[in-house]
Design a protein around this ligand. Structure first.
Ligand code: M6R
Length: 609
């Protein structure tokens, strides 16, 4: 939520800021702005809407200078209007500030400043930080930032320009991601290392109210009191964010097609010559065999949906009690967890605020914390005891596809190995499942090829629907949850996912003649029950689509449309069932003229609670 970029270099900084903002646009696209230290002093240009609107304004009012900051906003306080766009100015005009996060006590700070005559020009929480900087400034910007941080509550990353120090850029962070980096051509700050304009020679992640001052060739770090500190550079390979769509019309379609590779690359880190190798995960065989009593999977959105699927495997196949929890609920639920609990945190971005808070809670309670993340230089990765990195490559479309698939593949590997270690399956079955897992990327590729045309045609039939339902049982219920989220997220069409057997306990009253009901049915053991549920909605006039396997297709022939998936082991069906659903959402959103990669009101990474 919100993206910050800052640079100090030897060439005009504005194009670098704009390029960085384009890469950060996934973090929010309500408004954008840049501030530059120009020959005439500090200047800013801001625009409502996407970076393209800012570029248009900059074409009319160019800014040139060697240091500057940029911001792309996901609105929290105040409408997405230009007056609320960052950078925000201090009353004296000495400071220009960009901010990511939420200053939770902004209203109190504002109230405390009003009696001294402070006038606020925006409705943002950020402007209070700019006012505090003026209040605390006595010639030392680092000291003013330290005092400002001591007053602010919440989570924040700040980039600050000070007119009195034109050759220096300042930044600070607490709870929101921010990296500071030194490159060959300059020094930089960014909310995401992937947005840096060059491969960094040194890179640092800021935390705990740390402050940094950057000049062209140096970074100096300070603690929350403004005292100089030493920091060790992070040892990570930075994955650059790309705005390339690989020849596809949208990032989402590109990323759907990248799924086989994302899964292949992720599994490459987990499948060794002897089978599944979890040695890099920080989990010991002894813990899995003898100490583990319970698994909790904590995540948000689609990442949570991978947990719903994994729960079925850990519990149903590996025979380990398991629950999947929504992070924003779990963290306030006073959950029963202890050192015999394995808590697994799933996050593409590695910075989702609620997931991070849940991770901290589980660690406090003594649980073993393993995270499955796609961004190595992220808070969740940094704070977990064990990390399994998905190798999906950077995902740009707000609607996740390839990261979701990569997360599922990690869960399959864990579930198979856990089942074997706990004696729930024998070594021959483990071998067979591992072999099938290694072939999953090909099956996903086949699913993309074989269902794409049907999904596009079907979208032409469904795009004007008022409501839509996705139903399934067990693993299919988990896949239905993801299918439904994809549909509503990008096509703005009201859709609901339901356990197929639960529909008749209330929701079926919404089914009218022509209402689309997509029935996911890949599980042999319960297919007869799901077929009965299909019959129930059909009897009420629903337009039914069955997504099923070759073996089950004849049983679902009464559906108005049948999508047949490539053959795959029953454990992995979620990975295939979701593919035509991703494509259906994509083509439906396209027919509805929606902004597919940047749906309204959303941002790719959710760093506010
Ligand atoms: O970065 P994370 O995986 O932690 O993000 C979690 C959710 O915000 C995310 O999966 C969201 O639901 C997606 N936009 C859905 O496509």
């Amino acid at each position: 939520m919100c993206g910050i970029i800052g640079a100090i270099c030897e060439t005009n900084v504005t194009p670098l800021l704009i390029e960085g903002l384009k890469k950060l646009e996934y973090r929010g696209y309500d408004s954008a702005g840049v501030a530059v230290e120009t020959a005439e002093g500090l200047k800013r240009v801001r625009a409502e809407g996407k970076i393209a609107a800012l570029e248009e304004k900059l074409a009319e009012t160019p800014l040139a200078g060697f240091s500057g900051v940029g911001h792309t906003r996901w609105a929290t306080h105040g409408a997405p209007a230009e007056r609320n766009a960052h950078p925000h100015k201090s009353p004296c005009g000495r400071f220009l500030v960009v901010h990511n996060g939420i200053i939770e006590n902004a209203a109190e700070i504002k109230r405390s400043l009003l009696p001294a005559g402070s006038v606020f020009e925006s409705e943002t929480d950020t402007e209070t930080a700019a006012h505090l900087l003026t209040k605390f400034y006595d010639g030392d910007p680092v000291a003013a930032i330290a005092r400002t941080l001591s007053v602010m509550e919440g989570s924040f990353a700040l980039g600050v320009l000070c007119a009195d120090f034109p050759d220096t850029l300042f930044a600070a962070a607490f709870g929101s991601p921010l990296v500071a980096a030194l490159g060959k051509d300059g020094a930089y700050i960014a909310s995401d290392a992937g947005a840096l304009p060059e491969a960094p020679e040194e890179i640092y992640s800021l935390k705990d109210r740390e402050i940094v001052s950057l000049t062209r060739g140096s970074l100096r770090f300070y603690n929350e009191k403004g005292e100089a500190i030493e920091k060790t550079p992070a040892q990570v390979r930075v994955q650059a964010l790309s705005v390339d769509k690989g020849g596809y019309e949208h990032h989402m379609l590109h990323e759907i097609h990248q799924q086989p590779e994302a899964v292949r690359a992720t599994l490459a880190g987990l499948l060794g010559p002897e089978g599944i190798d979890l040695s890099g995960s920080g989990l010991t065989e002894d813990f899995i065999k003898n100490e583990l009593e319970r698994i909790v999977i904590v995540a948000c959105g689609s990442a949570y949906h991978t947990g719903l699927c994994a729960k079925r495997l850990f519990e149903g196949k590996a025979r380990i009690p398991c629950s999947a929890e929504i992070a924003s609920e779990f963290r306030y639920a006073d959950p029963v967890i202890d050192r015999h609990t394995l808590a697994i945190f799933v996050s593409q971005s590695g910075e989702t605020a609620d997931t991070l808070a849940a991770l901290r809670l589980c660690k406090e309670k003594g649980a073993k914390a393993l995270s499955i993340v796609n961004v190595a230089l992220s808070a969740i990765a940094a704070e977990s005891e064990g990390v399994i990195l998905t190798q999906a490559g950077r995902e740009i479309a707000v609607a996740t596809t390839k990261a979701y698939s990569a997360q599922l593949s990690v869960f399959y590997a864990l579930a198979i190995r856990f089942a074997a270690l706990r004696g729930a399956i024998g070594s021959a079955e483990e071998k067979a499942l591992t072999h099938a897992l290694a072939e999953l990327p090909e099956r996903i590729a086949e699913a993309i090829d074989s269902t794409k045309q049907t999904a596009e045609t079907l979208a032409g039939r469904l795009f004007e629907a008022k409501d839509m339902f996705f139903i399934g049982r067990q693993l299919d219920e988990a896949a239905a949850a993801e299918a439904s989220l994809k549909m509503k997220e990008i096509s703005y069409l009201n859709s609901q996912a339901y356990a197929a057997g639960e529909l008749k306990h209330g929701t079926i009253s919404l089914v009218e003649p022509g209402t689309p009901v997509i029935v996911l049915a890949t599980q042999d053991a319960i297919s007869a029950k799901t077929r009965a549920n299909l019959a129930e909605v059909k009897a009420r006039g629903a337009f039914t689509v069955a997504v099923t396997t070759r073996a089950l297709a004849p049983a679902f022939a009464e559906a108005d449309e049948v999508i047949v998936l490539p053959d795959v082991c029953q454990w992995f069906t979620c990975s295939l069932a979701v593919v035509p659903m991703q494509l259906l959402s994509y083509y439906t959103a396209k027919r509805r003229g929606c902004s597919i990669d940047q749906p309204k009101n959303l941002a790719k990474s959710v760093t506010v609670e």
